[in-house]
Write a protein that binds this ligand. Sequence first.
Ligand code: PAF
Length: 277
Amino acid sequence: MEVAATVAEMRALRRAMAGDVGLVPTMGYLHEGHLSLVRTARRRDDHVVVSIFVNPTQFGPGEDFERYPRDPERDLALLRRERVDAVLLPSVEELYPEGDSTFVEVAGITEVLEGVHRPGHFRGVTTVVAKLFHIVQPRRAYFGRKDAQQLLVIRKLVRDLHFDVEVVAMPTVREPDGLAMSSRNAYLSPREREAALVLSRALRGAGELFAAGERDGERLRASMRDVIAQEPLAQVDYVSVADGETLRELDRLEGPALASLAVRIGAVRLIDNVTLE
Ligand code: PAF
């Protein structure tokens, strides 16, 4: 496995790769969710490239950029075991050169949910993903469904800017008790870890109501808020039942819908979602 610290090194490695290249963009501190993306890329593509980059432009002021968990040595050991061909592990200065002032922004779908609570977040995501696509030139790029809005935003980016990249979405990987895997779970104390189960519990409750025939959007949202209200450590950022494509909040569910939420457990902000269909 080769490790590229610079754009030039990554480009040289890429030129030597024949056939399809699969890219798994990550911010490191890898867990089974990331590894499931890597394994799928390994099966589908001739070469697999993983990027590890904690992207400063997608963190707002007062967010956790500085303390975001990092362990590149452990990540590289995991990726070596998965027979990844190359890892792009650049510095901030390498991806955002001195004087850099170009951003990529997707309008509309970025202005709801995460976009309301994390202004500028998606501009940072789409800017770095566009850079990674240009540098790595993948045939496919793999993303987890836990970041459901990010997935829709990246699909729009690819479509609007004519990137020749197939976006592959993979299911959320969960701990045995239902907690969605996330690098941020590392922040949780044992008591917060227990409280964090309220996210999957609220979504499961909404899924059961939906399966029993409930189609009223507000009743489904209220059911999730009620579950979260029972957990003293939890504070809701948003609870949503929205159209699965446009993310417009639904009064009545007639097609596939996305139930999603963002909840603060103490100082740790977690997101999760399920599709209702
Ligand atoms: O989902 C993530 O880990 C990040 O948002 C991504 C796509 C790697 C961009 O920094």
